[in-house]
Design a protein around this ligand. Structure first.
Ligand code: HEM
Length: 280
């Protein structure tokens, strides 16, 4: 039925707008500027689009952890590849926001205080579930609020990194369960992880599914860093060295976040690789 609506029936028919709740979706953009500033619409839409992608990423990450727990590294790998494609979109759409002139942003920026992307609870959920659990962010959310409760659940759950190393452990690599391990033990565990990952990489053919999975995970991590870097450049282009609407030092604060990694061992192992596998 490409050129017309279905014939009328007494039964209510599913429609595009009804299924996707388009009416609700496009009624959710409320500008604060008065008179309305043209670019505030773009600013709102782009943030909302990010939040929708964050929701989708969390949905995928939960599925990836379930695949890892079910010993399905290739199924997990396929979904990590999907997350990487989504991250590409997240990085690239910053360019759309950069079509806004700094002076146009200033026309409505004061209305935004003290709100900030820093408060995005889904962004923190993404960090937590991927492997970066910093409980200090909890204090930014009201005790008892839905956001805080979600983050508390994420803090208590095994991360993507935990699920990956648990799978390696079940595949015969020498990796004990480290959940809840004390800090001094963790350093030794990280070294053991690196040693075992070196075995995977030195004989990638033999451990091909695990190798593919590991490579997709480092790419997921890398793309997240790319977003952080891209966001910083855009922030500097937009507000220079001004403080953020959330009250931080602005770009100077953001620069301190770029070294945060979900899989530090996957990065470190490369320093320990030698030319050829000797273990075949
Ligand atoms: C004009 C555009 C933007 C500017 C000037 C800007 C500026 C900033 C600044 C200065 C911070 C530091 C916290 C603060 O003091 O507010 C920040 C944090 C953050 N922003 Fe943006 N931002 C922009 C767009 C976006 C967009 C489109 C997103 C997408 C969701 C975003 C997500 C975030 C996140 C998640 C943080 C916290 C990062 C972290 O703590 O690691 N921002 N932003």
């Amino acid at each position: 039925m490409p050129f017309g609506l279905p014939p009328p029936t007494d039964e209510p028919q599913l429609t595009y707008g009804g299924y996707l709740k388009v009416g609700e979706l496009i009624s959710l953009q409320h500008l604060l500027s008065d008179p309305p500033q043209h670019d505030e619409m773009l600013f709102i839409v782009i943030h909302q689009v990010y939040e929708l992608w964050f929701k989708e990423l969390l949905h995928e990450l939960d599925a990836i952890i379930a695949r890892l727990d079910a010993d399905e590294p290739l199924a997990a790998h396929r979904l990590v590849r999907r997350c990487i494609e989504i991250e590409q979109v997240l990085v690239n759409q910053i360019a759309v926001l950069e079509t806004m002139m700094p002076t146009d942003f200033l026309e409505f920026r004061d209305h935004l205080m003290p709100a900030s992307g820093f408060q995005s609870f889904q962004f923190r959920e993404l960090e937590y579930v991927s492997g970066l659990k910093d409980a200090r962010f909890l204090k930014n959310y009201e005790p008892g609020s839905k956001e805080r409760a979600k983050l508390e659940v994420r803090l208590a759950q095994p991360t993507l990194a935990d699920a990956f190393y648990a799978l390696l452990g079940r595949r015969g690599f020498d990796l004990p369960d480290v959940s809840g391990a004390a800090d001094e033990v963790r350093a030794a565990i990280e070294q053991r992880r690196i040693n075992e990952l070196v075995r995977v990489y030195q004989d990638a053919e033999k451990h091909y599914a695990l190798f593919l999975l590991a490579e997709s995970l480092i790419e997921y991590d890398e793309m997240f860093s790319m977003w952080r870097l891209r966001h910083i450049n855009m922030v500097e282009r937009m507000i220079g060295s001004k403080t953020g609407t959330g009250g931080s030092e602005g770009a100077a604060y953001l620069r301190k976040t770029v070294d945060r990694k979900f899989f530090p061992e996957l990065w470190e192992l490369r320093s320990h690789l030698s030319k050829k596998s000797v273990s075949k």
